[in-house]
Design a binder for this molecule. Structure first.
Ligand code: FAD
Length: 416
């Protein structure tokens, strides 16, 4: 068959494209799709400010009325004043007191909105946010700092939960200078594209991780796109997928690289993740989460086909390893801080989650049991685990979408 467009070993990784596609399609993608629907993995915790803001914006058919107060969910951007550039109402994450959490999860001091605000923004269930504070689900999980990320999730006083299943990453209409300058700041200030002569593996890896994540975000935008605003028709925009990702071989390669990097982090933390508590009070669902985790972590097919998706031991070996690590850690922290500047709530939600997921992968691979901290053992926050697994799922979806494009995709080996 000559329909296969990606061949050879994924650059700087240990498995080839064909193996990645088959193991992802057969094993990883189905497992992850189920895992992220379990209660433990579908609620992501975010800090929010206490201020409630009412707003009407846009003009003509684009008018967005927020019929009841919206909550400014996240911390302020440290770099530019917020200039949200969303065109569509689907951009916002609606905060409703409606909740699917079992009764036992509700904090007795639940700060719900008054009951007359029970209808979500224009009654759109897909925009629902669960803002029930959950103390029980955090039991058994440590609050430990992540040296790679900017977020301080230790303050529990003003937190909210977003149901990820109801707020999918997709096209939101967030375009223009606001979105562009975030990517620009990420690439130009924090992970410049390396030249062909670059030999520093660590700098290359940081760029490829961000570029791979960017590819994945673009693929999700194109895969779930508003094709016709007048009829509210959503579907795949293959032209956009091609224009933004598939016609650039390096962007496709970087996606596979990021997928294998995160997969390696998950499998490296297998013993920790296997023993972790996935207790949400729903016994059947929690057992299901545990069982799916085990199938993912100790999968015989994965172990046989791709036992070491990425070899982290090759990095930070040079004399300047420790300083380099500090420098790259600082750059990644900046990228993490930039996520607070994303002027579209849904994009910010997924941006923050996925950067936290990458930060968690970096922490697992490079900040535990490293040469400099031989006795340090792994501790993850619940939110880090949720971010890590949801990120892996998003990357797995993107890899599958690219592979499903088959002959329509550009030949990534066709040269850069
Ligand atoms: P952009 O995607 O903005 O890219 C900017 C420039 O970066 C390109 O011109 C190119 O030079 C370079 N570039 C593009 N892709 C890659 C790559 N893979 N590797 C290396 N360089 C690359 N919009 C939504 O509709 N839904 C979302 O959920 C969403 N989430 C976002 C999350 C974040 C963190 C950010 C910063 C933006 C998000 N956006 C989202 C906006 C979206 O990513 C684009 O910025 C927007 O659609 C405009 O796209 P563009 O064609 O101008 O190129």
């Amino acid at each position: 068959q000559d329909s296969r467009k990606y061949t050879g070993i994924v650059e700087d990784c240990c498995c080839d494209y064909e193996t990645v596609d088959s193991i992802n399609g057969e094993v990883l993608h189905p497992l992850l799709q189920e895992l992220v629907t379990t209660p433990f993995f579908r609620y992501f915790k975010l800090a929010r400010s206490a201020s409630f803001v009412g707003a009407t914006s846009g003009s003509g058919s684009e008018v967005v009325h927020n019929f009841f107060p919206i909550v400014k969910l996240w911390c302020d951007c440290p770099f530019w004043p917020d200039d949200g550039m969303c065109r569509l109402r689907d951009c916002s994450v609606c905060e409703c007191p409606e909740n699917e959490f079992p009764e036992i999860f509700k904090n007795p001091l639940h700060r719900g909105l008054p009951s007359d605000n029970l209808v979500c923004q224009e009654g759109k269930p897909e925009a629902t946010v669960d803002r029930t504070l959950d103390s029980r689900a955090f039991r058994g999980w440590m609050e430990v700092d992540n040296p790679w990320t900017n977020d301080d999730e230790t303050d529990n006083s003003e937190m909210t939960y977003v149901n990820l299943q109801l707020n999918p990453e997709r096209y939101t209409g967030y375009v223009g200078p606001s979105a562009g300058r975030i990517w620009e700041a990420i690439y130009s200030e924090n992970c410049p594209k390396y030249s062909s002569g670059e030999i520093c593996q660590e700098k290359k890896a940081l760029y490829k991780l961000i570029s791979g994540l960017h590819s994945s975000i673009s693929i999700h935008i194109a895969a779930d796109y508003l094709l016709d605003e007048s009829t509210n028709l959503w579907g795949k925009n293959l032209e956009l997928m091609h224009d933004r990702v598939l016609r650039y071989p390096d962007r496709v390669r970087n996606l596979y690289f990021t997928f294998l990097f995160v997969l390696r982090a998950v499998t490296k933390a297998a013993d920790y993740l296997e023993q972790a508590e996935y207790d949400t009070g729903n016994l059947a669902e929690d057992l299901k989460a545990q069982s799916l985790m085990r199938q993912l972590l100790y999968n015989p097919k994965l172990q046989a086909a791709c036992p070491l998706p990425f070899d982290e031991a090759k990095l930070w070996q040079g004399q300047s390893g420790p300083e380099l690590k500090q420098q790259i850690q600082k750059q990644f922290k900046n990228i993490s801080a930039l996520m607070d500047c994303v002027g579209c709530e849904k994009c910010r939600l997924w941006g923050k989650l996925q950067v936290l997921g990458l930060g968690t992968a970096l922490k697992i691979l490079f900040s535990v049991n490293g040469q400099n901290q031989p006795r340090q053992i792994l501790h993850l926050q619940r939110n880090e685990v949720i971010a890590l697994i949801n990120l892996l799922n998003r990357l797995s979806e993107s890899v599958k979408l690219v592979n499903d494009m088959g002959p329509k995709a550009e030949n990534v080996n066709g040269g850069l």
